[in-house]
Design a protein around this ligand. Structure first.
Ligand code: NOJ
Length: 893
């Protein structure tokens, strides 16, 4: 059975290999059709061309890797190997072997003389995708809702263990972009929440956990992939280029790139670029983004890969800093054509791509491999993402493929079900609980409504990559999924736990029901989204069809239950915010539980909370507005345009709670909101200055040395077909039929601004994650949390920063900068938590200075607000005098 990504069989324009796309680096050439389109129920707004000021200046050459201390050993080992590689071996590691040309989502060529196998790149951010005997972990959004850094790490570690056990070298996660700018955005659920600090901690803890297992983590998608629709350059949309996300420099740094800085600081081994353009220049060959920001400012030492089939040019992407083309195919997949592979060999031999660029690509890849210890006993892939059968075609896309043993069904689950249950349970967010309706007793008479409580009757994995919304929603759809080994449905867990449960599986309220006194209705509803290659119930990845409304007439189901029963509990499985106004204030709607996307333990993790075995401790990783129109129209899904869809991030830094605060709009439930069955007090708050404030960070150190190789163009014979070679048709090789004929006689037109002299070291750089001083702790804040209630529970403390009132920079009123969660506190138990404020947390990106600047003020303090949601700020400390107090009026509604 072939279960692979047929979605990738997309027919795109035949761009000549190695051509530079004629998109200017500075602006878009899109036509400016002004129109509004209706698409399904959603209003799709057509907006401007790339407006003036949204630029992406050229940045060349690519900064070489190897100058950061924590990578020195790995680079030394890599350099020794790369110095001895042939051109063919080097090209092999940079280029995928082609779609469906190996067991994994992506497969590189190998350099077996040095023990480097074909590297296996495999989704996803929540488990090993398209295989068996794996664990289906809770999604990123659920993990974000735990606000628990230790659990984020534990999940990452378990994810990495499973990837390693299956022989995955490079795991395609975590997802930290999209950030969730657009509430309807299709893939927000893969990430951790609509805030850069939450994404940053979620991503970096996951990376540390994954990489401790030895797998190379991949942060994706760099950058601005905030909507799914029109994300790719494809003819089906009419000779259309991928959407252009138009982002100003400050917003890019402070919001969208912020979590990527955290990821690089955490030592991530790989970054995936996104399909979209930024400011009219494709991200897979955007020199400012890859060379400038990732590799120079942020000091990234690992490898940069494309998203699948996002590469649109050969030399252009190589010069812009791309290191690995995935899955290797050129503009038309499955034909054995590539921008790199054999054409990269050509362009090195003819001198177009400098050999030192190729050497740097390969060194970065091999260094990442050593950095995670993959030279020591690392398994080869023992599964196939292409088939569930034991044997199958080794290279399904080949005209004639040999047959291999492709699946060994290795069980990698270990005790990870516990990790799943802990994360899912701790993510569960109690939004409302009138009359202490929850927790329930096991003897309660429970009437359960909604198909979301049960499993898909066709099978838990019936829809490819979960591309349907049938039964309980425990993950979204697309490549960010994994197969369920089992799915513990809520209704089964309810029946196991409680004595008196009746289930009505329809999403239409049954007629003729009579409610008895004491009956409690539990209504399950959901809202789904995913990746653009699938359309589910008229939603094209994004929730463009449904909007923020629960699917399958969930609102009507809740309303009908509320009309009949005096006590209604609503359980919501959702990818993001839904508007709850149609029923939230109905008198019988007593409790509302957001269970997010729980993964395989959807049942027990929920009943753990519903019956009070654990007190809920999840918090919303986004705001729930009263109406979608409370947000600016710029965060709506942008609609079709003939040449290129323009998506201008005109709201700047103001997304989610930052926008609502600015506009003095109260949400229905604030970012961070989440109730408990117990109560907590916060006391004994202290603020300690650790490092004196200065407006600019101390000057960075100069870069260390990088590997030096011979610059002589290698002999053409290094990419001649080896004698007696058994060629697999359509497989992407580095070899050429007549390499000796390659000459450097044809001059090549380099991109605007191309230069070979290195750029001066940017002042904002200096180490992985940028200038190391950005990570200096400026203040520590301690606070004692005491359980003042009657049952055990965990509390979360969030720290939001308010900038000095005389700061010249227009900055959101408050911004989350740190959070910590207590252990389980028994009644009267207490714990003192320490939260930190780092230099970057107090800085703005100054677009003129091109540096992080603290708006230090002699007279006006930074205020550090402490609370457990963006709207519940109960304590405050001031930077200038260190004084802390309670009862101060917060600056937000
Ligand atoms: C496209 C998706 O955008 C990306 O996240 C995924 O890793 C690749 N396909 C590979 O499946």
């Amino acid at each position: 059975m072939l279960i692979s990504n047929s979605c990738w069989v997309i027919f795109t324009l035949v761009f000549p290999a190695l051509a530079i796309r004629q998109t200017p680096d500075f602006a878009s050439d899109a036509l400016g059709l002004q129109q509004i389109q209706q698409h399904g129920n959603a209003t799709l707004e057509k907006r401007d061309d790339v407006p003036a000021g949204f630029t992406t200046p050229p940045y060349y050459p690519t900064p070489k890797g190897g100058w950061v201390a924590s990578w020195t050993d790995s680079y030394a080992k890599a350099a020794e190997v790369v110095a001895n590689m042939t051109l063919a071996e080097k090209v092999n590691l940079t280029t995928g072997t082609g779609l469906l040309m190996g067991p994994c989502s992506g497969n590189t060529g190998s350099a077996l003389r040095f023990g480097i196998p074909n590297l296996c790149l495999q989704d996803s951010a929540l488990g090993v995708a398209q295989t068996d005997n794996n664990t289906a972990f809770p999604a990123g959004i659920t993990t974000g809702a735990t606000f628990n850094k230790a659990l984020m790490y534990a999940r990452g570690y378990a994810l990495g263990q499973e990837a390693r056990g299956k022989g995955v070298n490079i795991q395609l996660g975590p997802t930290i972009g999209p950030i969730g700018r657009k509430p309807r955005g299709g893939r927000n659920w893969e990430g951790f929440g609509a805030d850069p600090a939450l994404q940053g901690f979620g991503g970096s803890e996951t990376i540390k956990g994954m990489q401790a297992s030895g797998v190379i983590a991949t942060v994706k998608h760099f950058i601005g992939n905030e909507q799914e629709m029109y994300r790719m350059d494809i003819p089906p949309h009419g000779l259309m280029k991928a959407i252009s996300s138009n982002i100003d420099d400050r917003t890019l740094h402070e919001l969208y790139a912020w979590p990527f800085m955290d990821a690089i600081k955490a030592g991530v081994g790989a970054v995936m670029t996104s399909y979209n353009d930024v400011n009219g220049s494709a991200n897979s060959q955007n020199s400012k983004l890859i060379n400038g920001i990732l590799k120079d400012e942020f000091g990234f030492q690992g490898l940069v890969m494309t998203d699948w089939l996002a590469q649109i040019g050969g030399v252009s992407s190589a010069l812009a800093g791309l290191d690995m083309a995935m899955p290797g195919d050129g503009s038309i997949p499955l034909l054995g054509l590539a921008y790199w592979g054999y054409d990269l060999s050509t362009s090195v031999l003819n001198g177009t791509v400098p050999l030192e660029r190729l050497n740097d690509m390969v060194t970065r890849i091999v260094a990442a491999w050593y950095q995670m210890g993959q030279d020591q006993d690392y398994p080869l892939p023992n599964f196939s993402a292409n088939t569930a059968d034991a044997t199958g075609l080794c290279y399904p896309a080949a005209l004639l493929s040999p047959t291999c043993v492709v699946n060994e069904y290795v069980n990698v689950q270990a005790d990870h079900a516990n990790v799943v249950r802990n994360v899912s349970r701790e993510g569960i967010t109690l939004l409302k609980n009138d009359n202490t309706t929850l927790p329930l007793t096991t003897s309660a008479s429970l009437k359960v409504f909604g198909s979301d409580a049960q499993n898909n009757p066709d099978g838990i994995n019936a829809c490819n990559q979960r591309s349907c919304d049938t039964g309980v929603l425990a993950m979204g759809w697309g490549s960010g999924t994994a197969n369920y080994p089992y799915l513990d449905a809520p209704i089964d867990a309810l029946k196991r736990k409680a004595a008196n449960v009746t289930y009505y599986s329809s999403d239409t309220f049954p007629s003729g029901l009579t409610a008895a006194t004491g009956d409690i209705a539990i209504v399950f509803i959901n809202s789904d989204s995913g990746e653009n290659q699938y359309t589910v119930e008229n939603n094209h990845g994004d929730r463009d069809g449904s909007g923020l409304v629960s699917w399958h007439n969930g609102d009507a189901l809740v309303q009908a239950a509320a009309a009949k029963y005096a006590t209604v509990i609503v359980v919501v499985h959702t990818v993001g915010p839904i508007i709850v106004e149609p029923w939230i204030d109905l008198p019988s709607v007593k409790s509302v539980v957001f269970a997010h996307l729980p993964g395989q333990e959807a049942g027990d993790s929920l009943t753990d909370i519903l019956f009070g075995d654990y007190s809920p401790s999840g918090h919303l990783p986004y705001s729930i507005p009263v109406a979608e129109s409370d947000y600016p129209s710029s965060v709506g899904i942008v609609g079709f345009e003939v040449t290129q869809v323009q998506d201008t991030f005109s709201e700047g830094l103001y997304i989610d709670y930052r926008y609502l605060n600015k506009n003095k709009t109260s949400p229905r439930y604030a970012f961070g909101h989440g109730l408990s069955y117990t109560t907590f007090s916060k006391s004994s708050i202290t603020l300690t200055s650790i490092t004196p404030l200065s407006s600019l960070p101390p000057a960075r150190a100069a870069k260390g040395s990088t590997p030096v190789y011979s610059s002589a163009i290698p002999p053409a014979s290094e990419v001649a077909w080896p004698t007696g070679f058994n060629i697999i048709s359509r497989y992407l090789y580095p070899y050429l039929d007549d390499p000796a004929s390659i000459s450097s006689s044809t001059p090549f037109t380099y991109p605007t601004g191309y230069q070979t002299t290195p750029q001066p070291d940017p002042p904002s750089g200096g180490d992985e994650g940028g200038n190391p001083a950005l990570w200096d702790i400026m203040y520590n804040l301690t606070v004692t949390v005491t359980n003042t209630g009657t049952v055990a529970g965990k509390d979360t403390v969030m720290l939001f920063v308010q900038y000095p009132s005389d700061s010249p920079y227009d900055t959101p009123i408050i911004q989350l900068r740190d959070f910590e969660k207590t252990d389980t506190l028994v009644p009267e138990g207490s714990e003192t938590l320490t939260l930190s404020v780092k230099r970057r947390d107090l800085s703005v990106w100054d677009t003129v200075l091109q540096n992080w600047v603290v708006p230090v003020s002699e007279s006006e303090p930074f205020v550090f607000w402490v609370g457990n949601s963006s709207a519940n700020l109960t304590l405050a400390c001031e930077s200038l005098n260190g004084a802390c107090s309670s009862g101060r009026t917060p600056p937000v509604v």
